[in-house]
Design a protein around this ligand. Structure first.
Ligand SMILES: Cc1cc2nc3c(=O)[nH]c(=O)nc-3n(C[C@H](O)[C@H](O)[C@H](O)COP(=O)(O)OP(=O)(O)OC[C@H]3O[C@@H](n4cnc5c(N)ncnc54)[C@H](O)[C@@H]3O)c2cc1C
Length: 386
């Protein structure tokens, strides 16, 4: 593993940063977020430049690079306040799973669109009664001749209004044992019986969350992704990229808040020197810088492990990176608001409006406590408590 980026990676970073500058938080994202409008112009331009499909195979129109590069794209966007939530789901989770496990027909149908951004696929695993315990999900797909009949519901699913389809985690009945086991289905959002309802969230962000209801949705045989026997492996193939991309978004948002704080601390003068001269202001910002860099390093380690094919090693690092990124970005945003004094709570500086969005990373895609459970059990070998 090298921590030194290649010339290509550096150029990609610079190109994404230049685009993000034009679609920055205060001028572009915040007004849209207040109106709950998606960042369509940014999505389209970033797609056209090949940024959003950078991890997908070249033969399907992607960039042929890895999750490292997609995380880099997300981090640089978020560092200007314009991270794209649906990058976490569409190219990172769904694109990865289909590229690795989809049938040829599924790859042909979905990957070129996901790679060039013209198609968006949301991802649905969370259910109201299962929550963090995804073993309890009860959305079931039953065979009806060649078709599948999908019944159940989902909650908190991001971006369904922008999506062409949702990759739904359901269960099928094992023909031999009768036991239910996970299976992934591609469900186009215009399928009869697919009902989406926007949730009333108190987050100022461009994307919406939805509850979904599958009212005996009839799906063709080829809606099932890959082999039913490999469903768990398929799921894990998508969950590590999800965590790495979540970490990238959090680290980027932290960088955005830190930049704002440092700028203000260097200018604002209420005694004889700028407030950044007071250690009470400077040291917490220095701590934030260190914690963001550490989180980024763990995210890069996770991405390198994942791209090298070490799914198991990547799982520990991806969980740690998501934890560290979330904690560092929430702390940094809070410190940036404090650095601005009363100004931090005004609309002028666009910091307090990020509080809800920053907080997402502590809960989703996997909560802080579930990561601590993972590390307790898998890294430390402690007994499971639940
Ligand atoms: C903005 C947003 C976007 C989202 N987008 C998506 C999406 O696109 N697709 C999707 O499928 N889901 C999505 N989610 C759902 C998200 O993944 C879940 O909210 C998350 O996994 C936690 O589940 P829960 O909300 O049911 O909390 P619960 O599982 O009810 O947990 C409640 C609290 O209890 C704690 N807890 C639970 N079990 C344990 C335990 N064993 N030990 C210690 N503490 C425990 C949790 O950490 C948490 O603090 C999104 C959520 C949000 C907020």
């Amino acid at each position: 593993m090298s921590v030194i980026e290649t010339e290509e990676q550096k150029q990609l970073r610079a190109a994404v940063a230049a685009l993000a500058e034009r679609y920055n938080y205060v001028d572009y994202v915040l007004p849209k977020a207040r109106r709950h409008e998606p960042l369509t112009e940014l999505w389209d331009e970033a797609s056209k430049l090949g940024f959003l499909g950078v991890n997908l195979p070249e033969e399907y129109g992607g960039g042929g690079a890895g999750i490292y590069e997609l995380a880099l794209v997300q981090e640089e966007l978020a560092a200007k306040g314009c991270g794209l939530l649906l990058v976490v789901v569409s190219p990172a989770i769904c694109g990865t799973i289909i590229a690795k496990y989809g049938t040829d027909a599924q790859k042909q149908q979905w990957l070129p669109g996901i790679a060039d951004g013209s198609k968006i696929m949301a991802f649905g695993i969370t259910e109201a009664d299962a929550g963090s315990n995804s073993h309890r999900i009860s959305t079931v797909a039953k065979r009806d001749g060649e078709d599948w009949i999908l019944h159940g519901s989902k909650i908190f699913i991001s971006g369904v209004d922008q999506a062409d389809a949702v990759l739904v985690v359901a269960r099928t009945e094992d023909a031999k044992t009768g036991k239910l086991r996970p299976a992934l289905f591609i469900v186009p959002t215009d399928t009869p019986g697919f009902v989406k309802t926007p949730m009333e969230m108190d987050i100022i962000e461009p994307d919406h969350q939805f509850t979904l209801f599958f009212d005996d949705v009839r799906l063709p045989a080829d809606a099932l992704v890959g082999e039913p026997e490999a469903a768990l492996m398929q799921l894990f193939a998508g969950l590590n990229p999800e965590r790495i991309l979540g970490a990238a978004m959090a680290v980027g948002l932290g960088r955005y808040a830190l930049d704002a704080a440092v700028r203000y601390a260097g200018e604002r003068t209420v005694w004889k020197d700028p407030i950044g001269a007071h250690q009470g202001i400077a040291h917490p910002l220095a701590q934030c810088k260190i914690e963001l860099e550490l989180a980024k390093l763990m995210m890069q380690k996770a991405a390198v492990l994942y791209d090298s094919g070490d799914d198991f090693g990547a799982a520990e690092a991806a969980n740690m990176a998501k934890y560290a990124g979330a904690e560092a970005s929430i702390k940094t945003l809070d410190q940036a608001i404090q650095t601005h004094g009363g100004g931090g709570l005004t609309q002028e500086y666009g910091l307090a409006s990020l509080l809800g969005a920053a907080r997402i990373a502590r809960v989703a895609p996997v909560s802080r406590e579930m990561i601590l459970n993972f590390v307790s059990q898998h890294s430390l070998g402690l007994p499971k408590s639940y």
